[in-house]
Ligand binder design. Sequence first.
Ligand code: F6R
Length: 236
Amino acid sequence: MNFIKVETYDELSTKAAAIICGQVAMKPDCVLGLATGSSPLGTYAKIAEKYEKGEVDFSKVSSINLDEYVGLDGNNDQSYRYFMNTNLFSKINIDLAKTNVPNGCAADLAKECEAYDNLIKQSGGIDLQLLGIGLDGHIGFNEPDAYFEKATHVVELDPSTIEANARFFASEADVPRKAVTMGMGGIMSAKKVLLIANGKNKKEIVEKSFFGPITPEVPASILQLHPDLTVIYCEN
Ligand code: F6R
């Protein structure tokens, strides 16, 4: 594991953007695994800046996002599809048809999950997976559990996750209770993993996840077993 501690969120975002753009430079038709939430906002802004400067070309890149709320379609401004379109895809020259976010409105969610795992396989595998981390150690929406769930699945969000994500909604009652998330199999099969975390409130879970025992009660701890993991943490 490559654990990098930086002083500022700006530094974190600059480094993460450099790693992602470096991946695209090395393999122009790579598959990027992408995340939503507040952590990657700075990274996405830096990527957009690099694109504006002509430093990176996303025309051959495809992407596979981690998760989506159940019941929110892509036009809903709280959906993760909307988040990705707004904060990244509309700012770079990625082909929208090559971007993938689970469909949280699929009539048959079990089939949607199976199809998502097939998509990951058929893509040839994710070259670089970007992750944030929840206060309870979730990655994607893989919440603390008695075991690590391998496949893409529908998950009931933890009360702590609902509370944490309420800041994006009008009220806590509006936060969807369920989500579709890539499972640990999809995440761990990525060739490289880059996890970014910032803030004092993440310090304890970052320590537990990367320096504590590997347990499904701390879902991110499984990443200690990944052969190519980079964590960038900034306490401020
Ligand atoms: C988002 C995701 C989540 C977030 C996590 C941290 O696609 O998969 O695991 O990365 O909830 O969220 P923020 O960055 O908002 O603290």
